[in-house]
Design a binder for this molecule. Structure first.
Ligand code: FAD
Length: 438
């Protein structure tokens, strides 16, 4: 029986395990290897940081849930991936071998690249549930002695939605507490314009998000490079369109939150710290072809934030392409089908649609966008705003956590609703190009 290891137990890894179980039944042994026994629903972390959720609301203890579905689980964590030997060395010294490996390890958070950045230094973080829980304590102290706030995403970041969400939720929370008038908020981003999102914008995200920030008295700085986070201020360099420095600024802050740059997790970095040759790029992101398959090690696939995707366009300050939930699930669907075909002696030919459906919640309002596909030019390019986005995000959280607990990767109603909206996980086969004679 083929043994498939899924490395990572986040949105990508858990969906992968359930998709493979549903598709392959008992035809393969499945083992999920994570570095924690918990699943965390990362999109809810901003709510945890503002005490709108408790960490336990958005976590699922995996060993018993996975056991119910006959999926093995190991929380020792990978120390090194050894693709030449079809095996993984774990942090406790054991080695696990595989026939197929699906890497879903998400990002390592590169706080160390900027002085003073991160929860061990001067800024809070919402990228991990433990960071968000620590931020929630900090938030209550801040509200007792308010001051200026700076929120944003640093140079090289590839995840902008949560930065907008957090700035706007902070605004909502402060208004509810009737202390918004004591808190100047500044949004500082590497994006060339508000609403770029690493994607050249989606629909009119530029107009929509500028309007929302203006309406809620949030100032912004774009093309910003974060130089340093001090205890009482944020230091930035503003870059011109030509990529040259325009000037430096020190923005006072009693509290700051920045989405950091991402890189691959240490087990993918290799001996020289420049990515395992053939498997990962120098930043540690896994190289894949259109079938989500590593071109060198053909029995290795990757899904989620750990996948290498080039930037959409050159910008004065570097920004990366985000990898969002639905896009990740489309990768998962393609990988499951490809492994099924390979086990049946067929070619791997399924391609993920990389369609993006995103909900940015502001607490009392929100912006949603649909990008089909995520990278322009697109067949659908739409953004909209309203209270319904907040409600949809709450529904998305409940639905996904239920999915993890119930062991289903795509219940029928999701398939029906998404199909009705024209949103699919797999790329449709293109009709042949007509010849000149036709
Ligand atoms: C704050 C925030 C909010 C977001 N909100 C949204 C949203 O609203 N909608 C949306 O579509 N997208 C959102 N995203 C983007 C994306 O959906 C998430 O980042 C998502 O969690 C990515 O899933 P993943 O499985 O790739 O990585 P992760 O969820 O990070 O999972 C990685 C897994 O790998 C494990 N791991 C790491 N190292 C090892 C190792 N050495 N050995 C074994 N296991 C390891 C981790 O423990 C974890 O289980 C958000 C991202 C962030 C940071």
């Amino acid at each position: 029986m083929a043994k498939i290891i899924i490395l990572g137990a986040g949105i990508g890894g858990i969906s992968m395990a359930y998709d493979l179980r549903a598709l392959l039944g008992q035809r393969a042994e499945l083992v999920v290897v994570s570095d924690s026994p918990w699943f965390q629903f990362v999109p809810s972390n901003p709510w945890v940081a503002l005490n709108w959720r408790k960490p336990e609301d958005i976590k699922v203890h995996l060993p018993e849930v996975l056991a119910k579905f006959g999926i093995g689980f190991d929380a020792a964590g990978a120390k090194r991936v050894l693709p030449e030997q079809n095996s993984i060395e774990l942090n406790d010294g054991r080695t696990l071998s595989y026939d197929f490996l699906v890497i879903a390890t998400g990002p390592a958070l590169a706080f160390d690249e900027i002085e003073g950045l991160g929860p061990q230094a001067n800024s809070i973080s919402i990228c991990h549930v433990d960071h968000a829980a620590a931020a929630a304590e900090r938030w209550e102290r801040f509200c007792r002695a308010p001051g200026p706030i700076v929120v944003g995403a640093v140079q090289g970041a590839s995840c902008f939605g949560p930065a907008y969400e957090f700035a706007l939720m902070v605004n909502t929370d402060l208004r509810r507490r009737r202390i918004r008038d004591q808190v100047p908020i500044t949004f500082v981003t590497a994006e060339p314009y508000i609403g770029h999102l690493g994607l050249g914008g989606v629909g009119d995200t530029k107009g929509l998000l500028e309007g929302v920030l203006r309406d809620r008295d949030i100032r912004w700085v774009t093309n910003a490079k974060l130089d340093r986070v001090a205890a009482d201020a944020v230091e930035i360099t503003e870059m011109g369109e030509d990529g040259k420095p325009k000037g430096q600024r020190r923005i006072p802050s009693a509290l700051s939150m920045f989405i950091p740059g991402f890189r691959g997790v240490p087990c993918l970095m290799g001996a020289d710290g420049k990515g395992i040759p053939g498997l990962a790029n120098p930043r540690g992101f896994v190289l894949v072809d259109k079938q989500q398959r590593n071109p060198t090690y053909k029995n290795v696939f990757a899904v989620g934030v750990c996948v290498a995707i080039p930037p959409y366009e050159q910008t004065p300050v570097p920004v990366g392409v985000p990898k969002t939930g639905y896009m990740i699930e489309s990768m998962v669907t393609a990988v499951a089908r490809n492994i099924e075909d390979l086990l049946a002696g067929k070619e791997a030919q399924h391609e993920a649609s990389w369609n993006a459906v995103c909900l940015a919640d502001f607490g009392n309002d929100g912006v949603a966008f649909v990008a089909l596909p995520q990278i322009p030019p697109r067949n659908v390019n739409w953004a909209g705003q309203g209270y319904w986005v907040h409600m949809a995000k709450v529904a998305f959280e409940r639905y996904f956590l239920r999915k993890v607990r119930k062991g289903s990767s795509e219940p029928l109603y999701e398939r029906v609703v998404m199909k009705a909206l024209g949103i699919t996980k797999l790329r449709a086969k293109r009709p042949p190009t007509p010849t000149a004679a036709e």
